[in-house]
Design a protein. Structure first.
Length: 320
């Protein structure tokens, strides 16, 4: 497999089987959009052929990541049952070059108890060595946690839980200092109630496959909404607002686009009454609060109490 990199980082994913291909079709557009937005290459393997059919499909990610590391400084793996929900986060800002690998820990467990659904790896000799060591744990080939179980063993953990969110740690090991933490927003698992306040990736695990697909479809609609709002704000900034920058933008959704219905500026202290008025008139679809707004925290608290959904600076009415 020959690779011609355009950028120094790649996001990769793969799927085997009809159900996982259905998930891949849902999440792949979010990967492509994110990669293009942040100048990252992507590799999406939707082929039915395996890299190594002697092991369960989950092991294939090790082969793919190792191969891509020959061409890229950074490789990011995303499971097919995970989906990017907020493309405005930049993964590069969370890269810690002290570690050749970074993963999110389960439930904030310390030391790191990684979930391999999202895996960030640097082009480093230690990365190649650890990937080979994971592959060499042949007693985990058919373990329920596959390569994740093998990695846990190498980090000094017993693979699995000894009780509810309880684990057995007998480390540290040689590899413990090679694997660093990644913020929860990069691998939030709503089906396990382990979710960041403002997630970048939602990972739907430990529920029946048909439920994963249903939840991913819903999340994809939210992703499209975030894109639409981001483009809406970008257009406002470039064409309409010029030197005038509002602190709050109230908007409504039409069949074709989003339309601003009210701009609220820093010196307008009656902003809540303006929002209430639009809520009463049932005009309001969403609210965007800029970071520099002095009363931002209070406004956020108010909107949350009104039952609006938050996604970064955006609030969306549940009724729309």
């Amino acid at each position: 497999m020959s690779i011609e990199p355009k950028y120094d980082m790649v996001i990769c994913t793969s799927a085997i089987g009809e159900t996982y291909h259905s998930m891949l079709k849902i999440m792949a557009p979010t990967v492509k959009y994110y990669a293009n937005k942040h100048n990252i290459d992507y590799f999406i393997n939707g082929q039915t052929s395996r890299f190594d059919s002697s092991r369960p499909p989950s092991w294939d990610k090790l082969i793919l990541m190792r191969h891509l590391l020959k061409y890229y400084k950074t490789v990011m793996w995303i499971d097919a049952d995970a989906i990017i929900c907020n493309p405005n986060h930049d993964i590069r800002k969370d890269i810690n070059h002290d570690f050749p690998m970074q993963l999110v820990t389960h439930f904030g467990i310390k030391p790191l108890f990684p979930n391999c659904g999202i895996w960030l790896i640097q082009q480093d000799p230690r990365s190649f060595e650890l990937l080979e060591e994971i592959w060499a744990q042949t007693n985990f080939i058919n373990h329920p946690w596959w390569e994740q179980g093998a990695l846990l063993k190498l980090l000094g953990y017993k693979a699995g839980y000894t009780g509810k969110r309880k684990v057995h740690f007998y480390g540290p090991t040689k590899y413990s200092s090679w694997v660093g933490p990644l913020d929860l927003k990069w691998n939030s698992r709503p089906t396990e109630s382990d979710v960041a306040e403002n997630p970048a990736i939602m990972h739907f695990v430990f529920v029946p496959l048909h439920i994963r697909i249903k939840k991913m479809k819903k999340q994809y609609k939210n992703f499209l909404n975030v894109i639409q709002v981001s483009e809406f704000v970008k257009k406002l900034n470039s064409k309409h607002l010029k030197n005038k920058k509002p602190s709050i933008v109230l908007f409504k959704r039409t069949q074709k686009s989003l339309k601003p219905i009210k701009f609220i500026y820093k010196n307008e202290l009656d902003y809540l009454s303006m929002i209430k008025k639009q809520l009463r008139n049932k005009q309001l679809t969403g609210v965007i609060i800029l970071n520099d707004f002095a009363h931002r925290d209070y406004a956020i608290s108010y909107l949350k109490k009104r039952g609006l959904k938050i996604n970064r600076n955006l609030f969306i009415l549940d009724s729309h």
